[in-house]
Ligand binder design. Structure first.
Ligand code: HEM
Length: 503
């Protein structure tokens, strides 16, 4: 009997402790008098996210409900309070003017246990600064031009693949093919591996990618690590499974060694990373700091390029193709531009010609407005930050979230924002808007380092497909397109099912 009553006390004690913990966590914004949506125990503002609501839609909902109340509002990522920005002037302050206070993202990194987490996206302060300086020359347009031949070859494989599937009368899941295309490009230039997944070879890379993204169980794990990076590090949690880490470390380290043994010097990403490891600078670049990269630093960056670059680019291609399938007049106009600019060049698309395709640029910009793969930007404060012209102070060490998707659909800047309309991106229309309302690649010194490379992949892939095929939607796709809430990336519910008829 005495044992029973002790157990009841222990249970009551634990339950009271849990209740007080949630109460304290969820009073954060109330105490600061910052507007927020009521959190629910235990998920905060993340209730139903990954089940019936996509994270992107939840951010949009919070942004739309609170944007008129304050330029900074509250959002509970599970129990972790995060400040959400709803004002474009604040974007400029956080990402550019007061960058030194918002240099970091405060995301998980644990190089000791897991060297691959020492990548540019996660690194902080001086380590980030050092690597960003070292890596920036890798992404200049001159270097990109050197890699264009690789992209060119693989784009032809992409057309062949669609052609084969089209001839068989198959409806194609476009993301599956577009993802193989971007995986082939990035594994070639970042790892030195000719993966050829477009021709169904080396598909273990695709399996590893799936494992990296994970299923439902790992999504909860993913959000836990995102919300509590310091605790996750203390608990020695891994961000990637050992299988994923071992695979990449082995593949890339083996290719580095093989290139070094053969004295095989190339100008692709891996080649330049090897130069940074062995000499501390890239051939032909002037560097004030010749400190070299370690092997682990090189492996972590190659790993990041693969994951940051392949899915973002293939998602953009897939949404663009699907919108073009539903908007035939836009597709025809785009095809006319491509045909006009390639008629004197044996139908080839050179690097220079690609950059002359202004309507293609508009189509891609509009796709990235509506279907932004990086639908929010994260920063973390180093010090308390007083928000100008307000009573709000952003507390030191908390994260700040800039919901890109909220601004990309804000009627203040975009008329009829749910309509796919590339004409929003003519020079005249761009000049009518404040530039800060559109930022698919982030903003400021910590923006996307791979933007040029990503855009070339997307544009070249799209141009070659539209030049060669008439794309139509499968009857099963619903329009307007809805993203699948169960998928952490942006995917159409049911898949990007399209038909490709050779022209
Ligand atoms: C359509 C394609 C892409 C989109 C939409 C995209 C978007 C983004 C966004 C929104 C960020 C965060 C920026 C910020 O916080 O201000 C980012 C960061 C980053 N992206 Fe991309 N990205 C794309 C392609 C690529 C490619 C191809 C690579 C590399 C090969 C790449 C490498 C990176 C890296 C390394 C960072 C972290 C930069 C830093 O913290 O200094 N991305 N990207």
């Amino acid at each position: 009997m005495a044992f029973l009553s002790t157990s009841v006390y222990v249970i009551l004690f634990i339950l009271t402790g849990i209740y007080l913990f949630f109460k304290r966590q969820f009073s954060f914004f109330e105490k600061q008098n910052i507007p927020h949506l009521k959190p629910s125990i235990p998920f905060g503002n993340m209730k139903d996210v990954t089940r019936s609501v996509h994270m992107l839609d939840r951010m949009q909902e919070v942004f739309d409900s609170l944007k008129k109340k304050s330029k900074v509002v509250g959002f509970y990522n599970l129990t972790d309070p995060v400040y959400m920005i709803t004002d474009i002037e604040m974007i400029k302050l956080i990402t550019i003017k007061d960058f030194n206070n918002f240099m970091n993202r405060g995301v998980f990194s644990n190089e000791e246990d897991e060297p691959l987490t020492g990548h540019l996206f996660a690194l902080e302060d001086e380590r980030w600064h050092f690597l960003r300086n070292k890596l920036s020359p890798v992404f200049t347009s001159g270097k990109l031009k050197n890699m264009y031949l690789t992209i060119d070859d693989l784009t032809k494989n992409l057309v062949d693949r669609f052609d084969r599937m089209g001839k068989n009368g198959e409806t194609v899941e476009a993301k599956n093919v577009a993802h193989r295309f971007t995986v082939d490009i990035i594994s070639s230039v970042a790892f030195g591996v000719d993966s050829n997944t477009l021709n169904d070879q080396h598909t273990e890379l695709l399996d590893i990618f799936k494992e990296f993204i994970g299923g439902d169980a790992s999504l909860v794990y993913f959000f836990f690590i995102l919300a509590f990076p310091k605790l996750a590090k203390k608990l020695h949690l891994r961000q990637f499974s050992k299988k994923v880490s071992d695979f990449f470390m082995n593949v890339v380290a083996t290719n580095i060694k093989s290139r070094e043994d053969r004295n095989d010097v190339r100008n692709d990403f891996l080649g330049m990373l090897i130069q940074l490891k062995n000499k501390g600078c890239i051939d032909g670049e002037i560097s004030t700091e010749n400190k070299k990269l370690t092997l682990n630093e090189v492996l972590a960056q190659a790993f990041l390029f693969f994951f940051a670059g392949s899915d973002t680019s293939s998602t953009t291609i897939s949404f663009a193709l699907t919108e073009l399938a539903f908007n035939q007049e836009i597709q025809d106009k785009l095809r006319a531009e491509i045909s006009e600019l390639t008629k004197d060049s044996n139908e080839e698309i050179s690097y220079e010609t690609l950059h002359e395709m202004h309507y293609l640029n508009q189509v891609v910009n509009e796709t990235l407005r509506m279907y932004t793969p990086g639908f929010a930007i994260i920063r973390q404060t180093n010090e308390d930050y007083k928000v100008p012209d307000s009573n709000i102070t952003i507390t030191k060490g908390t994260q700040v979230l800039i919901p890109t998707i909220g601004f990309h659909f804000d009627e203040k800047y975009w008329k009829n924002p749910t309509k796919f309309d590339p004409d929003r991106f003519t020079q005249e229309e761009i000049a009518k808007r404040p530039p800060q309302c559109y930022f698919p690649f982030g903003e400021g010194p910590r923006n996307c380092i791979g933007m040029r490379f990503g855009l070339v992949n997307v544009k070249y892939g799209l141009a070659m497909i539209i030049k060669n095929f008439k794309v139509t939607p499968d009857a099963s796709i619903k329009y307007p397109l809805k993203v699948d809430p169960k998928n952490p990336q942006l995917e159409v519910k049911g898949g990007f099912l399209l038909n490709f008829e050779k022209i």
